[in-house]
Design a protein around this ligand. Structure first.
Ligand code: RIB
Ligand code: CA
Length: 311
């Protein structure tokens, strides 16, 4: 079975960390590079977190340092969700990553253009790096197979505002560039990620698997679930791993194709991913939207991935 060559673009971030663990464990994916953006925390913090996570799971992909702010706006971070470090909770050792990171857009362009197979991008943070890449080097589109992203929502409303999900809201102009690029998009928005919930008993099962990575994953979820359970969720919605899981096991997901556009101007709606829900619309769909999933199957996939690492 040929592996899918992918690049992870992330803002770790607890659920980004789980997405990295899942991606590197899969025999379906070949992670060619990891690029980092500001988002959950500042770029300096998300880059430090990416290095610590990659060191801890024993992976050494080419690492790209990306945008420290959105294309046309100031950066908004989420310390209330991910803490001051962006990865509060687990005590991860400092990294032994000595390589200086490469500018993310250069690494993205080089990796994409040099790949013999079209690359799939997996953005799990604000889309700034991808927006800059497609603007500066539109020729890369010819060798991008698909973008499987975590972001937005079409029926579930927002999480950062009533209309907008955090990743899209932080850089709506970059998202607009991505959604109008013509590149096939799979969107794992809040419609599906709010159903990709891990429950407390499942986190305990994960922890009891024992070993470095299952225990780390459980500790990431312990911290990450504090914010969502304080809002009234019954567990922790595992947003970012969905964008990876869809590539590994698409049969876990229920999807529909829609024409989706990004609001960049609305006083109340900036950052909204607006799907054309009219059954008579003539608009050509540009996005495969994940609407539901086999939650238990998703949790099992994540647990098996964590358990596959050396103990
Ligand atoms: O809205 C959820 C998204 O925002 C996730 O990617 C999480 O990591 C944060 O970046
Ligand atoms: Ca993220």
């Amino acid at each position: 079975m040929k592996k899918i060559p992918v690049i992870m673009d992330c803002d770790p971030g607890h659920d980004d960390a789980l997405a990295l663990i899942l991606a590197f464990a899969s025999d379906k994916l070949d992670v060619k590079a990891v690029t980092v953006t500001g988002g959950n925390q500042t770029l300096a913090k998300t880059l430090r977190n990416a290095k610590r996570i990659l060191s801890y799971i024993g992976k050494r992909p080419p690492l790209g340092a990306g945008a420290d702010k959105p294309m046309f706006r100031e950066l908004e971070t989420a310390p209330e969700v991910h803490g001051e470090s962006g990865l509060d909770g687990p005590s991860l050792p400092e990294t032994d990553y000595r390589e200086e990171p490469i500018p993310a857009v250069d690494l993205l362009r080089k990796t994409i253009l040099e790949s013999p197979e079209p690359i799939t991008l997996i953005p799990t943070g604000p889309l700034t790096n991808i927006g800059i890449l497609l603007t500066a080097y539109p020729e890369v589109k010819q060798n991008i197979a698909r973008i499987s992203l975590m972001g937005g929502s079409i029926l579930a409303g927002g999480n950062w505002t009533s209309a907008a999900e955090f990743n899209i809201l932080v850089d709506p102009e970059a998202a607009d560039i991505v959604y109008t690029s013509g590149i096939p998009i799979t969107m794992c928005g809040l419609d599906v990620t709010h159903r990709a919930m891990i429950l407390a008993n499942e986190t305990e099962t994960l922890r009891k698997l024992g070993g470095k990575i299952p225990v780390l994953a459980a500790e990431l979820i312990d911290y990450f679930s504090k914010y969502d359970t304080s809002l009234g969720f019954s567990g922790a919605p595992l947003h970012d791993p969905c964008a990876v899981a869809w590539l590994i096991k698409p049969e876990l997901f229920t999807t529909r194709d829609f024409y989706v556009e990004i609001e960049t101007k609305g006083k109340h709606t900036t950052g909204m991913t607006m799907a054309d829900l009219r059954f008579w619309t003539k608009a050509k769909p540009n996005v495969t939207v994940c609407l539901d999933l086999d939650r238990e199957g998703f949790i099992r996939l994540l647990m098996d991935a964590c358990d596959s690492y050396p103990k």
